[in-house]
Design a binder for this molecule. Structure first.
Ligand code: NOJ
Ligand code: NOJ
Length: 453
C-alpha cells in the first residue's frame, strides 16, 4: 500500500505552473479577506473594544452571544489561545496599536483573576464574568489547561511573576484526576490538558533556569512526570482521556482535541508533533469517521468568487458528540476544527520543507492516498502539484475551502455548522473560530513562501 501511495504521488508530481499560488487564486483572496475580518472581530470581542462599559478591560468573551447559548464570559482557555495567536500576528510583523492595548489590558485582567480568592476552583475555574467577578453557577470544573496556555502567553511577554502564579498552580494540580477536558464534559486525565501543561512547564523550567529561580527544579520534575503519563495515551492512535473518572461516558477513542494539542503545543521533532506517525494516523482515523457522518460532506465543490473549488471533509469534536451549540441533539462539524485541519496539512508540509531527514512513512502515505480523490475532483489543481509540499498545500486548501463554503459572504463565523444544511449554528462570532482561521492562514502563507523560494 505504501508503494501504491508513493506511485500515486509521483503521478501527481507533474510539471507545474505557478498559477496555483497567484494572487488571483480565489481561495488565497478569500483567506486574505477573511483574515482581515477575523482580526477586527477578535478585537471587537475584547474589552475595552467590546462596547460594554461594565466589562473589565482585557476581558475577552468566548462569543458576544448572551443567550442560546450564553457564551458571554471570559473563558481562560479561549482567551489564552487567542492571545497567543495575537502575539504571533505581532511576531509576523503585524502592526496595530489596538493590539498593544488589548495585550496590556489582558495582562491587567489576568493579574486581577490571579488575585481573586473566592473562586472555588482557583485558577482552574473555566470562566469568569466579563466584569471580572467569579462565576458561581455549576460548571464542569476544574479545567487546568487554561492557566498553562496563559503562562505560555505571559512567557512570550516576559512577565515572570504572572507566569509563576499560573505555573505554580499547574505544578500543584497536573496529576490530579477528576478535572474536565477542554470540551467540558469528561473527567479523568486528558491529552490536550497534559500537553498544554507539559509545554508550559518545560518552557517555564528553561526560563527559571536562566533567571536562577530555584523553582526550575520543581517545574522540571512535574514536566518529567507529565511526559511519562503522556506515553500512556498512545494506543496506535492517540486517545483523549485515560483513567476516565466521570462525566460523559461511552466515547470512542477518536477526538480532535488530539489534533489541537499537536498544533498548539508541539514543534517539529517533538513527541506527538504534527509529523509524528501516531498523530498522522490519529488524524486519518478521525477523517475516515467523520467523512460519512455529516450530510454536508457529500458536497465536493464550492464556489469561491465565481470559481469552482474542491472541498475536503468537515469535522467535529468527536464522533459521538451530541452538543448542537445550544443544547443537545446531534453534534455538528466545527469551524475551528476544520480550520485546524487546514493548518495541520500546511504545517505537515512545512515540517518536510524544513527537514531533509524526514521521509514519507506509511502513515503519511496513507493520508496522502486517502486525500487524493478529493483533489481529483478539482479541474485545475492537479497540474500544479510539483512536490510533496505543494501536494499538502492543495490538501490543506481543501479544508480551507470547506471553511469558506460554510462561512457567510459577510465573513461571520459560528462555532458549528449544521450537519445537514451547512449553515452557521451555535455561538455567533466565536472568538476561537476566528483565531483558528488566522492561525491556518499564517501557516499557509509560510508554506507558500517556502514553496516559491
Ligand atoms: C457547554 C459546553 O461548553 C460544551 O462543551 C458542552 O458540550 C455542553 N455544555 C453540553 O454540556
Ligand atoms: C465549548 C467548548 O467545548 C469549549 O472548549 C470552549 O472553551 C467553550 N465552548 C467556550 O468557547
Amino acid at each position: 500500500m505504501f508503494c501504491i501511495a508513493i506511485a500515486l504521488l509521483l503521478v501527481l508530481v507533474v510539471d507545474g505552473h505557478q498559477h496555483y499560488f497567484s494572487r488571483r487564486d480565489p481561495l488565497a483572496r478569500w483567506v486574505g479577506e477573511q483574515s482581515r475580518f477575523a482580526r477586527e472581530r477578535i478585537l471587537a470581542n475584547i474589552a475595552p473594544f467590546a462596547g460594554d462599559s461594565t466589562a473589565m478591560a482585557g476581558a475577552m468573551c468566548a462569543s458576544p452571544s448572551h443567550s442560546r447559548p450564553d457564551y458571554y464570559y471570559a473563558w481562560t482557555r479561549d482567551s489564552a489561545l487567542v492571545m497567543n495567536e495575537i502575539l504571533s500576528w505581532l511576531d509576523d510583523g503585524h502592526v496595530d496599536g489596538r493590539l498593544d492595548i488589548a495585550l496590556d489590558s489582558y495582562v491587567g485582567f489576568t493579574r486581577h483573576v490571579q488575585s481573586l480568592d473566592s473562586a472555588v476552583y482557583g485558577l482552574g475555574e473555566a470562566k469568569f464574568h466579563m466584569n471580572g467577578t467569579v462565576f458561581t453557577g455549576s460548571w464542569c470544573n476544574a479545567q487546568t489547561d487554561g492557566p498553562a496556555i496563559r503562562a505560555l502567553a505571559m512567557m512570550r511577554l516576559g512577565l515572570w511573576k504572572t507566569v509563576r502564579s499560573d505555573l505554580d498552580y499547574v505544578e500543584r494540580v497536573w496529576w490530579r484526576n477528576g478535572g474536565c477536558d477542554i470540551w467540558e464534559e469528561s473527567r479523568g486525565l486528558h491529552f490536550y490538558t497534559l500537553m498544554a501543561q507539559h509545554r508550559a512547564l518545560r518552557e517555564g523550567t528553561q526560563v527559571a533556569q536562566r533567571r536562577g529561580d530555584p523553582v526550575a527544579e520543581r517545574y522540571l520534575e512535574a514536566a518529567t512526570g507529565i511526559a511519562k503519563l503522556l506515553e500512556r495515551f498512545n494506543h496506535g492512535v492517540v486517545v483523549p482521556t485515560i483513567e476516565w473518572s466521570g462525566g460523559l461516558d461511552g466515547k470512542s477513542d477518536l477526538d480532535t482535541q488530539v489534533l489541537l494539542a499537536a498544533l498548539h503545543f508541539t514543534e517539529v521533532g517533538e513527541k506527538y508533533s504534527v509529523e509524528s506517525p501516531v498523530i498522522i494516523s490519529t488524524v486519518l482515523a478521525f477523517l475516515r469517521r467523520f467523512e460519512p457522518m455529516y450530510d454536508i460532506n457529500r458536497v465536493a465543490f464550492t464556489d469561491i468568487y465565481g470559481v469552482r473549488v474542491p472541498v475536503g471533509v468537515a469535522v467535529g469534536r468527536y464522533p459521538e458528540d451530541v452538543y448542537n451549540g445550544v443544547g443537545s441533539s446531534r453534534g455538528n462539524p466545527w469551524s475551528l476544527i476544520t480550520s485546524a485541519l487546514a493548518e495541520y496539512h500546511y504545517r505537515l508540509a512545512l515540517a518536510y520543507a524544513d527537514s531533509e531527514e524526514l521521509v514519507v512513512g506509511p502513515e503519511l502515505a496513507a493520508l496522502l492516498q486517502w486525500s487524493a480523490p478529493y483533489l481529483n475532483n478539482g479541474d485545475e489543481a492537479l497540474d500544479s502539484l510539483v512536490s510533496l509540499q505543494s501536494y499538502l498545500l492543495a490538501v490543506g486548501d481543501l479544508y480551507m475551502a470547506r471553511v469558506a463554503r460554510h462561512t457567510g459572504r459577510d465573513h461571520t463565523m459560528y462555532e458549528q455548522w449544521n450537519r445537514r444544511t451547512g449553515f452557521g449554528q451555535g455561538a455567533i462570532h466565536l472568538t476561537w473560530s476566528y483565531a483558528a482561521h488566522t492561525a491556518a492562514a499564517r501557516a499557509r502563507e509560510k508554506l507558500v513562501e517556502a514553496i516559491n523560494n
